[in-house]
Design a protein. Structure first.
Length: 395
């Protein structure tokens, strides 16, 4: 009975208590709505700026909160809640050290983001996922992706807090606000082999990225600029929305410093399964480039999806051909002899079922052991790194 009353009280706080929770200390556009940027000021002696590395800012906040919560006297709590609280703080430390944080693409100011389009989860979400399962975290995200914790109206969440050994306010102190990636027109994205896919087909986009990142500012020293340690990209969103098989790539050439920034180029892939039910439209893809995972820039590009015109949906350019299609036992590909190619055969869901390396000229791909259905043949040139996809029907 006591536990039920506590859960109801917490639910009331989550439903109506946002103003009272933040009444005296609410901070806008800071790393945390309750504590503001006090963590950064205490550690570095100055407020963060627009050039402060995002990952550093988030890790500084989470370290500060963890230290504060560990130092709090919780002897009044039942032993089980003390143990639970200590375990969650260990999980918080684990999350902070991993340094992989979600990206806010919906707001221009700092804002919580429970789980982003890439599936990256926030700090409080991670604690819930690790103790109550990903399914609960996904349900919270569906209803409250960009909400502050105290505005989340969910009895399940209130019940989790009641059993956590943490208070609602302490959870709100943990929850970071994530800054949006900064748009940078120096970063350019191109999609190949073509900007056209077909509805009902799997589609592999070759993401070609060239660009320049601003020099990284490290606040522990004055005006010190460092070579990017790790530049990664990831798909942040599609408009209209498309469920994708998420891919993240790293730069393929070492960054070189020139004209005030680090220049680099990268080629990687983003695979959209046929099961995505993509409709005919022109899609805007928002792609983000991140330095050290945390400091983000983004830009957009487009590609067009058209209705499928036949079971073939040929996309292989001359002189590359394949036959027969439909196929029963063996598929023959005619490839240029002056280049080497990698061939992959995928199911409609994107699962790779066979692959050949260093192929040229006439090449045979065995199909006799496969179930009847739709497959996709990917051909990638070793020289140009371009990739083409064609649908094949196995009977």
């Amino acid at each position: 009975m006591l536990q039920r009353c506590l859960i109801l009280a917490l639910f009331f706080a989550f439903s109506f208590g946002a103003s009272s929770l933040y009444a005296e200390t609410f901070h806008t556009n800071t790393v945390n709505a309750v504590l503001g940027d006090v963590s950064f000021v205490k550690k570095f002696g100055a407020k963060p700026t627009s050039r402060t590395n995002e990952r550093l800012r988030l890790q500084t906040h989470l370290e500060y909160v963890e230290t504060m919560l560990r130092a709090k006297d919780v002897s009044h709590l039942p032993k089980a809640l003390q143990v639970r609280r200590a375990m969650l703080l260990e999980k918080l430390r684990e999350y902070r050290l991993a340094g992989c944080f979600p990206t806010n693409v919906a707001y221009k100011e700092r804002r919580p983001c429970f789980i982003d389009a890439a599936g990256t989860i926030c700090a409080v979400g991670y604690l819930i996922e690790q103790t109550a399962g990903r399914a609960l975290a996904e349900r919270i995200n569906a209803a409250h992706q960009y909400d502050f914790l105290a505005d989340m109206q969910m009895p399940e969440l209130a019940a989790w807090v009641a059993a956590s050994g943490l208070t609602v306010r302490e959870c709100a102190m943990i929850q970071p606000g994530y800054g949006p990636p900064r748009i940078d027109t120096n970063i350019r994205f191109a999609i190949t082999p073509s900007s056209t896919a077909a509805t009902g087909t799997a589609y592999t986009m070759i993401i070609s990225i060239t660009g320049m990142l601003d020099r990284s500012y490290r606040p522990s020293t004055t005006n010190t600029y460092i070579r990017p340690v790790n530049i990664v990209w990831r798909a942040l969103s599609f408009s209209p929305q498309i469920p994708i098989s998420q891919r993240t790539g790293t730069y393929s050439t070492a960054p070189t410093f020139s004209s005030g920034g680090w220049r680099w180029s990268s080629i990687d892939t983003l695979f959209i399964p046929a099961a995505s039910n993509v409709t005919a439209a022109t899609y805007t893809v928002t792609l983000g480039v991140f330095e050290g995972i945390g400091d983000g820039f983004y830009n957009t590009t487009t590609f067009t999806v058209s209705p499928a015109t036949s079971t073939r949906d040929l996309t292989l350019p001359p002189p590359i051909t394949l036959s027969p299609n439909p196929v029963h036992e063996a598929l023959t590909l005619a490839l240029p002899e002056n280049d080497l190619h990698t061939i992959r055969l995928r199911t409609a869901l994107g699962t790779s079922v066979s692959a050949l390396s260093d192929a040229s000229g006439a090449t045979t791909l065995a199909m006799d052991g496969l179930a009847a259905g739709v497959y996709f043949v990917e051909v990638e040139s070793r020289t140009t790194r371009r990739r083409w996809v064609q649908k094949v029907v196995k009977y």
